[in-house]
Design a protein around this ligand. Structure first.
Ligand SMILES: CC(C)(COP(=O)(O)OP(=O)(O)OC[C@H]1O[C@@H](n2cnc3c(N)ncnc32)[C@H](O)[C@@H]1OP(=O)(O)O)[C@@H](O)C(=O)NCCC(=O)NCCS
Length: 200
């Protein structure tokens, strides 16, 4: 039950902390989130799902403690509704990989993902010494593809294959956004009137 599904939403990011674990676990069990985010290269890896307790604990520990990651909780009017962050941070190469999930389904398709990405991209390109962000996306993930393209990410190449539960293979795209391009896109960027941002 969502307590404050208000029309006007203030979106902010804060660092993920151990108290957030129960919610992250719920999202790791959500079939929609898994179908849209988790890449299974072939039938031999299908047994990885659903995640057991041990795997979930390891993943959450990585989100919280892994030095090559930085994970933020997305809050909408103070409620934790998803996570966004960086992984594979390579400070020498000035690159990192990005991920996002809106775990609370009621908050998808309302501009929250877009707002969270703007906050993260501003933070990364203003405050961290990174010149490019890249990500992996499944070719059928329409909301994600639309969001990334709108923010200036460009498809570079296929980074692999995903084998779904119906036995069909899908392409996994590698998309990237250089810092300079973000500032061009950002300049002309407008959010819906009901959304406001609180920067990091
Ligand atoms: C992908 C995701 C982060 C997008 O966040 P969101 O808050 O739902 O998206 P937004 O409301 O900010 O919308 C972003 C764009 O996608 C479009 N969009 C949203 N939901 C859509 C849907 N179901 N189908 C098609 N387009 C959709 C919006 O219309 C918007 O484009 P527009 O401004 O041109 O209208 C979110 O849907 C999600 O967490 N999905 C599950 C996990 C996931 O897929 N993560 C990404 C893995 S690569």
């Amino acid at each position: 039950m969502v307590a404050n599904l208000a029309n006007s939403l203030e979106i902010n990011l804060r660092f993920l902390n151990p108290n957030d674990s129960p919610k992250v676990r719920e999202w790791l069990l959500d079939p929609y989130v898994l179908d849209m985010t988790f890449v299974i290269p072939g039938p031999e890896r299908q047994n990885l799902l659903p995640f057991d307790d041990k795997v979930m604990a390891q993943y959450i520990n990585a989100l919280l403690d892994d030095k090559s990651r930085r994970t933020f909780a997305i809050e909408a009017n103070g409620e934790h509704v998803g996570n966004v962050g960086l992984k594979e941070i390579n400070l020498e190469g000035h690159r990192a990989e990005l991920f996002i999930e809106i775990g609370e389904s009621e908050y998808r398709g309302r501009g929250v993902g877009k707002a969270a990405m703007i906050l993260l991209l501003d933070y990364v390109f203003d405050k961290m010494a990174l010149d490019e962000l890249c990500l992996e996306v499944l070719e059928f993930n329409e909301p994600a593809l639309r969001l990334y393209k709108m923010l200036g990410f460009e498809t570079k190449h296929r980074s692999g294959w995903h084998y779904d539960k119906h036995g069909r293979y899908w392409q996994v795209w590698w998309m990237c956004l250089p810092k300079a391009h973000w500032f061009d896109v950002r300049e002309g960027y407008l959010l819906p009137e009901n959304l406001s941002l609180r920067g990091l």
